[in-house]
Design a protein around this ligand. Structure first.
Ligand SMILES: Nc1ncnc2c1ncn2[C@@H]1O[C@H](COP(=O)(O)OP(=O)(O)OP(=O)(O)O)[C@@H](O)[C@H]1O
Ligand SMILES: [Mg+2]
Length: 440
């Protein structure tokens, strides 16, 4: 067999150009695989489900409550966790912080292929974990890494990053699809055999996906994404896949010179910067996992600068902004085609749920008319194409959070409960009513 060094494509004949990944001169001869002795093959028998002995999956707390929350209440011993995110977002900082806390009870090895020993020391000094007993190894060779794991017998291994590790016989570049796949499977094999918990750092590609083969995500137990705007200190940790828990929860951190800190009251953190009496700004209670978080959406509407109207959305889907602007134009009879519209969720937060629709629409109208919306009022609701305001889930907890943060009035869809103390709940069924209530 011949195998492409870049993508792992196999063929019976040598080829000059790989039909899969289009690289030139990438085929090397490979010994035949899957040769097992027939005696070992005949030993393999399936087992009845109820006869299988299951090891209780123990969880350990990482000491960072926000991280534990995302991962489903602590890391499962023996599981493989992949942490990914933009360059410089704080992946190494997060994992160094966690290894500091975990090393107080477990044996932790932090293997870095990206930073030298002294760089890691400076990093650790900055985030204040120097006193903790973490073993550090600056190594890129997979054989050296595996033999270190064999001899040290750690409980937890952190590999920063899987794309930096290389295979010594020169079969492909570090970070290429086939090398990443091989390295991940070697590490996972040793982890499963010795019940070691592994944290892998994964780079991302230009389009925002994890670099390397898609199978990397299938091979690991948990995939976490760290997001945030690098110009802000706010960081979100989202779970994309979890074999041992839900993927709904998010972890919220603040990044400063001392490293990552948990944010205890995200609503206060995100809306405290709101300018009083400013047009184009609306507060919305959003739901992330089991938490309700108040966010501020801001809009800026200006006369069109070029020959077609510009639309920019930060913190939510840009296509959604297009759709909402079309709803304003058609259902409220307001001509939006001569304006550039910029929308932003303040503080670097990103929101995936459509319950921000009504807030986004009102912030656009508020900016267009240059009329501020009262600071005592917040807004929630999904908006349909006919301009109707649709119900949103967890409405009671949204009203509760609005009350807690001191809001006196909240504009909601029809599905809000009737009885509400200390806050005036104003139900609306379409955007025109919501616009009147906000005094626009
Ligand atoms: N002295 C400092 N004060 C505040 N923030 C700092 C300081 N030094 C570093 N940072 C922050 O830490 C970030 C780097 O964090 P870290 O090395 O954990 O990122 P990373 O995701 O591992 O990056 P890479 O992909 O390059 O490995 C910087 O982008 C910066 O935001
Ligand atoms: Mg790093």
């Amino acid at each position: 067999m011949f195998k492409c060094k870049e993508c792992g494509y196999r063929t019976l004949k040598w080829l000059g150009k790989c039909p899969e990944c289009d690289s030139w001169d990438s085929f090397v001869e490979e010994e035949e695989r899957y040769k097992r002795k027939s005696t070992t093959l005949s030993d393999i028998k399936p087992q009845y489900l109820n006869e299988i002995k299951a090891k209780g999956k123990e969880r350990v707390s990482t000491g960072l409550l926000e991280f534990d929350r995302v991962i489903g209440g602590g890391v499962v011993i023996g599981s493989i966790v992949l942490v990914s995110g933009e360059p410089g977002i704080g992946k190494s900082t997060l994992l160094l912080t966690i290894s500091g806390i975990l090393s107080r009870e477990k044996k932790v090895i932090f293997i870095s292929g990206e930073e030298s020993m002294s760089q890691i020391r400076l990093h650790a000094e900055r985030i204040g974990i120097l006193e903790d007993k973490i073993l550090i190894l600056s190594e890129m060779n997979i054989l050296a890494i595996l033999s270190c794991i064999e001899s040290e017998n750690p409980d937890i291994v952190i590999i920063d990053s899987v794309q930096a590790v290389s295979i010594p016989d020169g079969n492909g570049m570090p970070g290429s699809v086939s090398v990443v796949r091989e390295i991940a499977s070697a590490i996972i094999e040793v982890a499963k055999k010795k019940d070691i918990t592994i944290f892998l750092v994964g780079h991302i590609t230009k389009s925002g996906n994890i670099a390397g083969p898609k199978t990397l995500e299938h091979m690991v137990d948990t995939v976490l994404f760290m997001e945030g705007d690098r110009t802000h200190s706010f960081r979100l940790l989202r779970c994309k896949k979890n074999r041992f828990g839900s993927t709904n929860e998010v972890g919220i951190f603040d990044m400063d010179e001392k490293g990552l800190k948990e944010v205890k009251n995200p609503s206060l953190y995100l809306i405290s910067g709101k300018q009083e009496n400013s047009s184009g700004s609306v507060i919305i209670p959003t739901v992330e996992g089991s938490r309700t978080i108040m966010v501020e959406t801001q809009a800026l509407v200006i006369p069109m600068r070029f020959s077609y109207p510009g639309r920019v959305a930060q913190g939510f889907n840009e296509r959604r902004l297009d759709l909402l602007v079309a709803v304003i134009q058609k259902r409220l009879n307001m001509n939006m085609s001569n304006y550039d519209i910029f929308c932003n969720i303040a503080g670097g937060m990103s929101v995936l749920e459509p319950s921000i629709d009504l807030g986004v629409i009102l912030s656009i109208i508020s900016s267009l008319l240059d009329k501020p919306i009262s600071d005592e009022l917040c807004v929630v609701g999904e908006v349909g194409l006919s301009g109707e305001v649709r119900g949103v889930p967890y409405i009671s907890s949204r009203i509760h959070e609005a009350k807690r943060m001191g809001f006196k009035r909240i504009v909601t869809p029809d599905n809000a409960p009737d009885e509400n103390k200390d806050i005036n709940v104003i139900k609306v069924s379409n955007i025109s009513q919501a616009k009147d209530i906000c005094g626009l």
